[in-house]
Design a protein around this ligand. Structure first.
Ligand SMILES: NC(=O)c1ccc[n+]([C@@H]2O[C@H](COP(=O)([O-])OP(=O)(O)OC[C@H]3O[C@@H](n4cnc5c(N)ncnc54)[C@H](O)[C@@H]3O)[C@@H](O)[C@H]2O)c1
Length: 258
């Protein structure tokens, strides 16, 4: 088994479950030491303990990505415990879908504080260490919503457009310093966040089936199918991939209509 991330120190935010947890597993299998920077201490510790029970090196640091102090504290602990991060995966995120005119200021602020500000606080904390080492790879988990608009999903796509903008801006700023910044843009992925969304409909099963049918492969993606592209972007195999926003959506976003 190739170890694409051998001895790399990787921080994955929101890795207590879903895409982040699966990415943590694949990173460990590829030889990385993985820090689970998760808001929920129980799921964060459970993910790290599960990885350790498989013989991998992982530990959790409770982190609220929306709070720059919490992010700085996490980075200090990582550097002290295992060293400077080679890879940062900004995966933590929430959904918020509202009628624009019914959106409360506090809801707008909360979404942006996690989905966009949180990505930046983590980049800002990691970049000085990557600059000091002369290498680094940052992968931001954006969304198809960074390019496509689904009515009724405001303001989530606004924040995800911002994540791709941030990715591209940082990619150019730090390219000559051997730091790559890329994004993955998942479409529908079957995690709790998607299940919670279906549960907002009167008939969640019908909505799930509808979702499957609008995708060219007649299914949606798995967390593992996002984890592998993140592994690729983190690895030297993607050494000349910078500022990319890689769609991981089964081709749905290029479909005009059936
Ligand atoms: N599942 C999908 O269909 C889908 C599609 C496109 C993009 N995404 C994006 O992928 C990422 C992961 O999604 P998922 O489906 O695995 O979601 P999930 O809800 O299963 O997992 C998100 C994790 O982030 C953590 N988190 C939330 N707020 C946090 C904070 N302030 N600080 C640290 N951690 C925090 C949660 O506790 C949770 O463990 C998100 O950025 C999401 O927007 C998901």
């Amino acid at each position: 088994m190739p170890e694409r991330l051998k001895d790399k120190i990787a921080i994955i935010t929101g890795a207590g479950r879903g895409i982040g947890a699966q990415t943590a597993l694949r990173f460990c299998e590829e030889g990385a030491v993985v820090v689970i920077a998760e808001l929920d201490p129980l799921s964060g510790e459970a993910t790290a303990a599960d990885l350790r029970s498989k013989g991998f090196q992982s530990f959790a640091v409770q982190t609220d990505v929306s709070d720059p102090t919490s992010v700085c504290d996490m980075m200090t602990e990582v550097v002290k415990s295992v060293g400077r991060p080679d890879v940062l995966v900004n995966n933590a995120g929430i959904n918020l879908f509202r009628d624009p005119l019914e959106l409360k200021p506090s809801e707008w602020r909360r979404l942006f504080s996690i989905d966009l500000d949180g990505v930046w606080w983590c980049c800002q904390a990691a970049l000085p260490h990557m600059l000091a080492m002369g290498r680094g790879s940052i992968i931001n988990v954006a969304s198809v919503h960074a390019f496509q608009i689904i009515p009724g999903c405001f303001p989530y796509p606004v924040a995800k457009h911002g994540v791709v903008g941030l990715t591209r801006a940082l990619a150019i700023e730090y390219a000559a310093k051997n730091i790559r910044v890329n994004a993955v843009c998942p479409g529908y992925i079957e995690t709790q966040i998607a299940i919670d969304y279906w549960n907002t409909f009167d008939d969640p099963d019908a909505e799930r089936l509808y979702t499957y049918n609008i995708h060219p492969p007649k299914r949606i993606g798995t967390a593992d199918e996002v984890a592998w592209p993140i592994v690729f972007l983190a690895s030297e195999e993607a050494g000349f991939v910078n500022g990319a926003a890689l769609m991981v959506d089964g081709g749905r976003s290029i479909l005009y209509h059936d």
